[in-house]
Design a protein around this ligand. Sequence first.
Ligand SMILES: [Zn+2]
Ligand SMILES: [Zn+2]
Length: 277
Amino acid sequence: MHSIYTTNEHLLNNTICLLLHKHSLSMAKSPESEHPIKAYGYAARDTSGVLSPLTFSRRATGDKDVRFKVLYCGICHSDLHFAKNEWGMSTYPILPGHEIVGVVTEVGSKVEKFKVGDNVGVGCLVGTCGSCECCANDLESYCPKQILTYGFLYHDGTRTYGGYSDHMVADEHFVLRWPDNLPLDSGAPLLCAGITTYSPLRHFGLDKPGMKVGVVGLGGLGHVAVKFAKAFGAEVTVISTSSAKKQEALEGLKADHFIVSKDPEQMQVHGILNSFK
Ligand SMILES: [Zn+2]
Ligand SMILES: [Zn+2]
């Protein structure tokens, strides 16, 4: 087996989110009055995990901004962590959602890539410094001054709010064109769970027939990883803590093998060091 790819956690996003800790959130005005455009969404107000309606506001469309009506938004497990402050960095109200798909309603005067009516998506990033080495090399997700889609301070000092809302506005650099042949609803998770698994598969060269890929954990990310790896032509082994997802893995997602990580015999047969207890 060439590689064990851990999908139990949002490695990429966790790294990003930890950087949030460096920033304290403060607001001079209320969410409802700080910007000119009225907006509506669902926000967490405490650690209960309950979301309730929030009337807030979004900035006017800037020169490089794309404004779009939110049609669909994935529910990522990071949203749940944030809503419940399980990472200890949430500041309420927090309006989650970072797998956002919609249709463009307005573009700024200097926007070049989009026009009204285009289908678009926004993931977990809405801003970076734009000048560091990472930004210069299209590695914005490593920028030390990155601005997350929600729970973060934007360049203007106001808080970012995510996709559990009626509309969104973002700099076109962080807006993705949505392919015509990709469903708007079921495609939304590609904006976080998708790229988080697609990227390492490509980066480590596991994107070709003949490769053997192990996917640890068949959750939100894991099942997408299996789909990608199979589409790339790899031989895919799902490694899970119990046999509960065996049928889904082998029959539903067409994985080639299934291993229960808590069964030392199975792990040994496949030559895997069991470090996933
Ligand atoms: Zn996510
Ligand atoms: Zn940067």
